[in-house]
Design a protein around this ligand. Structure first.
Ligand code: ZN
Length: 432
């Protein structure tokens, strides 16, 4: 199972490619793609389908045996975006000696220093001219070879480098792409690269959403291969655990409740986009599904929401053996110790005693250990999807995630066991 996770991670260097990876897996499992612009059709038990929004968020559904107004949805959500660097328009910056670097803009909150001195490449989507000006053609781009690097400044120019360095996002973080000299005397290299990769004319490339990614494949490590090293474990490890669980929870007999997997974009920048958790898109889809089942639409939908439960799955901070002072004295989850329920008195997390109790019991039923996380009280900590979604859709729900070290590093560290535990816990949730 872990090799499959590594393959999925490597196939998903950015949000658009992650959605394409999910789409392929769901199609192979017999889920049909629905166009949200068309009527959804009858919602009979066992029907499984998915929709996408902006090519960067995906919502998969499997209709349960009982009416939604009586049992509600079992909804698992996670996010497919991760901190990275976006390529700006007109990105090429030609420097002395013909060196060309690319102008970039930071996406989300990466640990900047982890992006130095490692082979990087390019992935995302490119818009091409089509016959319909309102609907340009979308093509995904995933360059699979090392293409760029952001070189550090040598220690001889900054002897204090190991005492901490302030980094400028505009000056320090620009990757080298090419040397233009007598042998290779041309500008416009980036557009030409894109057009060659996609085998299209340069003049047909209208725009792009392209990002850097770590070109070194993900791997396991440790004496017994108990750890995972990869970029984007936050939150693709939970995305793929959710997908695995939903595929496993299929079976011949439809389950009692309707299962939903919602993979949002833009969590790392606050979720307030049409494809993020702050969007009304999911609520509208759920409403339309309920409407297909009943008559009194508003009444049925409100009842379905009251019966529903949400698991918001986004990685949690594992206890770091080099920095124990940063963690809560009595609640610091361990790598390999199982899924983590996250609590926050200021409600940055959706969990409370009612929803935490449910998730802990799901873990127990699945034979999986369960841990709890609370911030050290002098440290602000992060936030996630659960409270954003439950502010617009009043769902009972829990914020949880597999424990993770070095969150938002170009390469994060997780434990193989926690991934396997998460899949089991999610499968139990979907079947319950
Ligand atoms: Zn996250």
């Amino acid at each position: 199972m872990i090799q499959r996770l590594l393959r999925l991670l490597d196939a998903s260097p950015v949000n658009f490619l992650a959605v394409a990876t999910l789409e392929k897996a769901f199609q192979q499992a017999g889920f049909t793609r629905l166009d949200p612009r068309e009527p959804l059709g009858a919602m009979e038990p066992g029907r499984s389908f998915y929709v996408t929004k902006n090519d960067s968020s995906l919502y998969a559904f499997r209709i349960g045996q009982q009416p939604l107004s009586e049992v509600g949805f079992h909804l698992l959500c996670a996010h497919c975006d991760s901190p990275t660097f976006r390529i700006k328009p007109r990105a090429e910056m030609r420097c002395e000696g013909g060196l060309v670097k690319l102008n970039t803009e930071v996406y989300g909150g990466p640990i900047l220093s982890t992006w130095f001195d490692r082979p990087l490449s390019l992935a995302g989507r490119v818009m091409l001219r089509s016959d319909d000006v309102m609907q340009p053609e979308t093509r995904l781009l995933h360059i699979r070879r090392p293409l760029m690097q952001i070189p550090n400044l040598a220690i001889h120019f900054n002897r204090q480098v190991n005492d901490g360095v302030k980094l400028s996002r505009q000056k320090d973080m620009l990757p080298l792409l090419v040397i233009i000299n007598e042998r290779f005397e041309q500008d416009g290299v980036l557009l030409r690269l894109i057009s060659e990769e996609l085998k299209v004319d340069v003049s047909d490339v209208l725009d792009f959403d392209l990002y850097l990614y770590d070109a070194t494949p993900s791997c396991t490590f440790g004496l017994h291969d108990e750890f995972i090293s990869s970029g984007r474990l936050d939150d693709l490890s939970m995305v793929f655990a959710g997908m695995e669980a939903m595929l496993r929870a299929g079976g011949k007999e439809p389950s009692r409740r309707t299962q939903v997997l919602a993979i949002f974009d833009n969590e790392e920048t606050g979720s307030q986009t049409k494809q993020g958790a702050g969007s009304p898109f999911l609520a509208s889809m759920l409403q339309r599904i309920v409407a297909q089942q009943g008559n009194g639409v508003a009444e049925d939908f409100a009842r379905a929401i009251e019966h529903s439960f949400m698991v918001s799955a986004d990685n949690a901070h594992a206890w770091h053996p080099n920095y124990p002072e940063k963690f809560d004295p009595t609640n610091h989850p361990q790598l390999g110790g199982g899924p983590v329920i996250k609590y926050n008195a200021a409600q940055k997390y959706a969990s409370d005693a009612s929803s935490g109790a449910v998730f802990a019991e799901l873990c127990r039923k699945a034979g999986v250990p369960c841990q709890r996380f609370v911030n050290h009280s002098d440290i602000a900590g992060g936030s996630t999807l659960g409270n954003i979604l439950s502010a617009s859709l009043p769902l009972r729900g829990v914020d949880m995630g597999a424990p993770l070290l070095a969150m938002h590093s170009a390469r994060e560290t997780a434990a193989v066991a926690d991934y396997e535990y998460s899949v089991k816990a999610f499968e139990e949730f979907f079947r319950s």
